[in-house]
Design a protein around this ligand. Structure first.
Ligand code: SF4
Ligand code: SF4
Ligand code: SF4
Length: 302
């Protein structure tokens, strides 16, 4: 993905600031055997949504309106313009009514179904464990949306030439030696960023030292072969809204879906996708050229 001048200057400025001030950089983590991750502690979250705001600010995402329906969530679900969302849940634990927040975003699965389902390699995993998207390659088939068990990739339904959007794990910030914007913004220490292995040890320590406070499970440690986003919670994860999943990765299944099982069908699908890709690329170039011409006309206007 190319970096525009504004983003480059922003990153350069922040990196320099971090270096000068000695703030929490991650330069030393790069190249580590285990990947990076974030631990969200639902018992510490106060629901302030500073993480949501920070994500929007860093990624230049527009605000979205929400119909007032008595719900805490605003907006109601993840979207192409909202890559992380704080949700509120309630459940009865040992006869006691408990509330808990849930921060939703891409889980950055260690075996990402979206990556294996994408027939043109528009999604890929970086050395940090971030699962990122390349709009240049995307043909708009939306297999990734179908394959993701967490309902994360979202489509720009409102656009004539739509793309997929989702949390990038602030890959540009990781590259610059910074922690994700949402983790940096949290005033309650509910989001801890670091090496995944360290985060798991920290999560297990918290549970061991506070058995009455937490459900005895680190969500994401083993689900679907593991995810970079990890959760601990005072209420059961299914009540929080996270799906109950086994330890086996579903990448094999999504690969099977992507090629439809038999070699002959796979060849036909590949041919069809190749044609579609060619058509979409031509359309995209045409639309971009038209847009550029419109822009030039506008600028030439007195
Ligand atoms: S949560 Fe969904 S979009 Fe994110 S890496 Fe996993 S499968 Fe892909
Ligand atoms: S990691 Fe970055 S892109 Fe993902 S939710 Fe946090 S701020 Fe948004
Ligand atoms: S910034 Fe921290 S405390 Fe506030 S909603 Fe996000 S995770 Fe919760």
């Amino acid at each position: 993905m190319t970096m525009d001048r504004r983003r480059f200057l922003k990153l350069s400025g922040v990196s320099l600031g971090a270096a000068l001030l000695g703030t929490r950089g991650i330069g030393s983590v790069r190249g580590a055997e285990d990947g990076l991750g974030m631990l969200y502690d639902a018992s510490r979250c106060v629901g302030c949504r500073a993480c949501q705001m920070a994500c929007k600010q860093w990624n230049g995402l527009p605000p979205e309106s929400t119909d007032p329906q008595g719900l805490y969530e605003s907006p109601r679900d993840l979207s192409a313009h909202t890559w992380t969302l704080i949700q509120l849940a309630e459940a009865e634990v040992d006869g006691e009514r408990r509330q808990g927040f849930l921060k939703r975003q891409c889980m950055h699965c260690l075996h990402p179904a979206c990556v294996s389902a994408c027939p043109v390699g528009a999604l890929r995993q970086t050395e940090y464990g971030a699962v990122i998207y390349d709009a240049e390659r995307c043909i708009g088939c939306r297999y990734c949306m179908v394959a993701c068990p967490f309902g994360v990739p979202k489509f720009e339904w409102e656009k004539p030439l739509p793309f997929i959007h989702k949390c990038t794990f602030c890959e540009d910030r990781l590259e610059a030696g910074l922690e994700p914007a949402c983790a940096e913004a949290c005033p309650a220490g509910a989001i801890l960023f670091g090496k995944r292995a360290h985060l798991i040890a920290e999560a297990e320590d918290r549970i061991r030292n506070n058995p009455d406070k937490y459900v005895d499970h680190v969500y994401g440690k083993e689900e679907l072969g593991g995810t970079s986003m990890l959760y601990i919670s005072p209420i059961p994860f299914e009540a929080l809204g996270l799906p109950i999943l086994g330890p086996a990765p579903i990448t094999e299944l999504s690969e099977t879906v992507a090629v439809y099982g038999t070699p002959s069908v796979a060849v036909s699908v590949a041919t069809l996708l190749g044609g579609l890709y060619y058509w979409f690329t031509r359309q995209e170039k045409k639309l971009r050229a038209e847009e550029a011409a419109r822009q030039e006309e506008k600028e030439a206007e007195p």
